[in-house]
Design a protein around this ligand. Sequence first.
Ligand SMILES: [Zn+2]
Ligand SMILES: [Zn+2]
Length: 192
Amino acid sequence: MLVKIDQIRDPGLKLNEQLSLELLGAALEGSSFRATEPLSVSANLRKLSGGVLVEGKFTTRVVSECKRCLTESKLELPVSFTINFVPESLVRGAGLMDEDEQAEKDRGTGESGGSFALDKADEEVFDGKVIDLEPVVREQLLLSLPMNALCREDCRGLCIKCGQNLNEKQCGCDTTFVDPRLAALKDIKLQG
Ligand SMILES: [Zn+2]
Ligand SMILES: [Zn+2]
């Protein structure tokens, strides 16, 4: 997912890229999630204030075992991100703009909403020539994953006695907690 800055013309550059299943697998390694299909990423890149503003989106599609009922369930999570890629030269405080950048700045509010987008954008530093979107997508992917993967918010889990999936049916087990010591006393009383 490499983009050369020279490829970005004035109205911006639209990209549709895929992150292969193999790369996805590597990104998800160590998590409890697994990808079943490649990730399609669409992004829009435009030059802004000497850097490149990237607005991208994709849908995370992964499967995971539900933490409560252990059923394998599918997750679909829409993700969108805005990142401002800032060239090293500007970060170092050189602050020297070439003519194009100065012209862009002078045009000022040509694009309404541009500065708003910049305000809430995360920043990444790049060499000024090539942007690599892959690490960004990988990071956004991991950020989108929930801490606790549940098949649904109100999953009832498994019966602690018989293991019945309580989403499917009630097993009727008495699962009120009984202290084993009290249970022993109860047995004695019954025998007596
Ligand atoms: Zn569940
Ligand atoms: Zn049960």
